[in-house]
Write a protein that binds this ligand. Structure first.
Ligand code: FAD
Length: 242
């Protein structure tokens, strides 16, 4: 039997991981439910964090105790402060991370977070009482109660993948789309619309002639994202940066 939770977070992408960590660190008994525990914090597309706007957001989240900045610093293989030629207000940190290390570090951080449970299942709907969400219903038929439910389903709700002329359902390549929640939200009076993401084709690095390309080095002086001392953590976890 499941206990009643203070907060249930649906989806363990970056948004869900931050939401679950924040709720649990504030003392809420939290459950993070996700379709596949092996893809916690998976970097969907380009394994990069930051850039203009997102770089600032990651640092703001870090200042409020979030983990994205710390984990980016622990998993980075290159760091650049973009727009150095402009004034400091325009500077934007951007890191390329090791995709595997990034996901592993996130999972480790979450597993060390008190008040946080994990459960692998697809959430098919919300429990609603007096017009308020009070829990979830999973694909296996479990009803789990909570005082609040946070939906961070990313690209999965009724997701469609377009490749050339072909279209098929999916949240990410080789991962199922999540069904049920959108229909229920629409029935409750919410609007639903589509947001399109795009991704470039993947190429085989062995087929590229690197002599024709310009090397773009990372910064020698790595400022990083987090305001915590991640240099020490990096040494401890043996991840080389730069
Ligand atoms: C092919 C591709 C290319 C992309 N390219 C870019 C890009 O170039 N730039 C950019 O900014 N963004 C891009 N994105 C978008 C990127 O995925 C999002 O910005 C980011 O991953 C969103 O994070 P998230 O935590 O909100 O959701 P996601 O990373 O999508 O994670 C959602 C999580 O929720 C889980 N989940 C969803 N529904 C359920 C459910 N019902 N029950 C249980 N678990 C559930 C999933 O398994 C997943 O773990 C791309 C996405 C894809 C798929």
């Amino acid at each position: 039997m499941f206990p009643e939770y203070d907060v249930i977070v649906v989806g363990a992408g970056h948004a869900g991981c931050e939401a679950a960590a924040a709720a649990a660190n504030m003392g809420s008994k939290t459950l993070l439910v996700t379709m596949n525990m092996q893809t916690i914090a998976q970097m969907s597309c380009n394994p990069a964090m930051g850039g203009i706007a997102k770089g600032q957001i990651v640092r703001e989240i870090d200042a409020m105790g979030g983990y994205s900045g710390i984990i980016t610093d622990l998993s980075m293989i290159q760091f650049r402060m973009l727009n150095r030629s402009k004034g400091p207000a325009m500077w934007s940190p951007r890191a390329q991370s090791d995709r595997m290390v990034f996901a592993t570090k996130w999972r480790e951080m979450l597993e060390q977070t008190p008040n946080l449970d994990f459960y692998q299942d697809m959430v098919k709907g919300l429990l609603i009482k007096d017009n308020r969400a009070c829990g979830i219903i999973t694909g296996l038929g479990h009803e789990i109660k909570a005082k609040a439910v946070v939906l961070t389903n990313g690209t999965f709700l009724n997701g469609i993948i377009h490749i050339g002329e072909k279209q098929f359902g999916g949240g990410r390549v080789a991962e199922k789309a999540a069904t049920g929640i959108t229909e229920q939200l629409v029935a409750l009076g919410f609007d639903s619309d589509r947001l399109k993401t795009g991704t470039p084709p993947r190429v085989d690095g062995r087929s590229l002639d690197y002599s024709k390309m310009e090397v773009q080095e990372g910064d020698d002086d790595i400022v990083g994202f987090s305001f915590s001392d991640t240099k020490k953590l990096r040494q401890k976890s043996n991840v080389a940066a730069g």
